[in-house]
Design a protein around this ligand. Structure first.
Ligand SMILES: Nc1ncnc2c1ncn2[C@@H]1O[C@H](COP(=O)(O)OP(=O)(O)OP(=O)(O)O)[C@@H](O)[C@H]1O
Ligand SMILES: [Mg+2]
Length: 346
């Protein structure tokens, strides 16, 4: 078997790694793992914290028995600038200079401090007069890229592909142009990303600074619980109105309401931009907080849109051989699966 890179999703709370192989029948899971991130994750500037992070990554990958040194890794959406811009139809050459002008309009920091990457999502023929070209533009701080390179090299790995979380997520979940228009909500620990998909491509995405940690804090305050107790009650009772007298649900509700508010705004944006053509048909929840009991019902009932929990393992041929705890936590692995798939792209 040819060994391709593994996918590594370094979250603030957990690290997820996935290693795939490809046979004639499809993709097989070779290895996967989730384990706690280091306390400061990738956010600290201190060399000691960087060393600790590198150590945690190295150990996680060893524990998973992943034996390749090549890694694909994603920068967190909350720290990059991802924009889909509509532009007049241009050639690649024209675009490569016009994009910097666009970036200046959309990215609120000096362009000299970021690395800019872009890809054409849709390029209508020049003859269709009014239709615009859609370009996905990503600006990543140079300092952030350097940090990932430094920490991963300290951990003993070589980065094969460095992209951003949205791209990995879309690769893992979206199957093509006829995929129904959807909203993907990545519910992490400190941040949540809302992404609109139309005709199989990203048309809009933005991060919201809230997530599972904010839910814990609300439960801790309401019940004077320790962080561990809050985590346990959250996982047990979720947002249910019946369980535990509905009390945990009440503490959780304001956080979910704020995310729902953002989803509603995204829906309005979508509707205004595309009118009634191909309305949003589905909400896909991913990330650790997607496992909050009944969270899918919450979004379905409050938006009237069918809501599902992401299953990035759907494409794998050997799911039946996985241990139960991996299958049940499939939504944790969306980004890592997308990253691991990258090497198999044409
Ligand atoms: N069964 C569960 N029910 C509710 N919440 C859960 C459950 N399991 C994990 N979580 C929550 O998921 C969050 C971690 O999710 P995830 O691993 O996606 O975050 P992360 O990638 O580390 O963070 P971020 O993306 O914000 O950097 C934590 O807040 C944790 O409490
Ligand atoms: Mg995450």
């Amino acid at each position: 078997m040819e060994k391709k890179s593994f996918g590594l999703d370094i979250g603030l709370r957990t690290i997820k790694a996935v290693w795939l192989s490809k046979t004639k029948d499809g993709f097989t899971l070779e290895a996967s793992i989730t384990s706690p991130s280091s306390l400061k994750g990738m956010t600290s500037e201190s060399p000691l914290d960087e060393e600790e992070m590198a150590g945690v990554i190295k150990k996680t990958v060893e524990d998973a028995k992943i034996t390749t040194k090549f890694v694909n890794v994603a920068l967190p959406e909350s720290q990059v600038y991802t924009k889909v811009v509509d532009m007049p139809v241009l050639s690649d050459k024209e675009l490569s200079s016009a994009i910097y002008w666009e970036a200046e309009q959309h990215i609120p920091v000096p362009l000299s401090s970021i690395t800019l990457a872009w890809s054409v999502l849709k390029r209508p023929p020049r003859t269709t007069s009014s239709e615009k070209m859609q370009v996905l533009m990503v600006g990543a701080p140079v300092s952030l890229i350097n940090k990932y390179q430094k920490v991963l090299s300290m951990a003993g790995f070589r980065i094969n592909v460095l992209e951003t979380e949205i791209l990995s997520m879309v690769r893992a979940l979206i199957t093509g142009e006829d995929f129904p228009s959807s909203i993907i909500i990545d519910l992490g620990s400190v941040s949540t990303t809302i992404t609109l998909i139309r005709e199989g491509i990203v048309v809009f995405t933005y991060p919201v600074p809230t997530g599972g940690m904010a839910i814990n804090r609300a439960i801790e305050t309401d019940f004077e619980f320790t962080p561990d107790q809050a985590e346990e009650y959250k996982r047990t009772y979720g947002i249910s109105k019946e369980a535990f007298g509905g009390k945990i649900g009440k503490a959780t509700e304001p956080i979910l309401n704020s995310i729902l508010g953002e989803v509603r705004k995204a829906l309005v944006f979508y509707k205004e931009k595309y009118k009634d053509d191909k309305p949003i048909r589905q909400i896909i929840l991913t990330g650790g907080t997607a496992k909050l009991p009944d969270i899918d019902l919450y979004f379905a009932q409050n938006s009237n849109i069918e809501t599902v929990i992401a299953n990035p393992f759907k494409i794998l041929t050997n799911v039946k051989d996985f241990p139960k705890e991996i299958v049940e936590n499939a939504s944790d692995y969306t980004i890592a699966v997308g990253l691991a798939l990258k090497d198999y792209e044409e």
